[in-house]
Design a binder for this molecule. Sequence first.
Ligand code: FES
Length: 267
Amino acid sequence: MSTSEEVYAASALDPVETQRLVTEEPAAGAQGSDTGVFDQSTVDRAQAIIARYPQSRSALLPMLHLVQSVEGYVSQAGITFCADQLDLAKAEVSAVATFYTMYKRRPCGEHLVSVCTNTLCAALGGDAIFSKLKEHLDVGHEETAGEPGSPGSITLEHAECLAACDLGPVLQVNYEFYDNQTPEGALDLVKSLQAGEKPHPTRGAPLTDFRQAELQLAGFFEGRDADLDGPSAAPETVRGAKIAADRGWTAPAMPEHAEFPPLPEKK
Ligand code: FES
């Protein structure tokens, strides 16, 4: 079995899609595989990410967010950049990039709008919200209205459960929450984004744009420390914890003899 085949088998991915990312020509609107798009500051950030981990390959997930902060998606160049920085095969990087839905295969808009259409939100109106936005933007799942990255451009996607079922139906813009949505409210929100406005999320930090959010997911918060401290939990979210506290309920303590294996030497 070749290295690539082993990667495919181990990752349970679609090998056709993974191979496409490794070998195929970039999609329309995408950049080539020239890593020159990643300047010295990106290289410095990549090295800072690697320094956080005992083993370099553990840095791959934030590294993929870093390349998305530059190009708005994981391009062929992004895959090559990550592979070079981490001394991995491009197939290994592609296997990871195609496994997680937060890594985008085509350039995203200024904003990424993720509508939860999982069971509970769908039943509460998530499907109707997605249909309304789809009709307004004239795009489908993972498609972008407007030139990707340009002001007011919007990428629309279905999302699986966003872990806010108590506040459904919910959507996210660049992973910030907008709770208890309606089709009309969601449409107003998207129109505001297209007009260059940044309505404050229901909770959490103020809205930025997709690429800035990706930089934060890579662990870089330049100039934003002061405004990242918004409340992230709604009263509904902590109601169970409050009831437990009122009644004196606690979780069992960790066993005293619990031990973790030593970390291996960094390679
Ligand atoms: S089903 Fe939408 S947040 Fe859980």
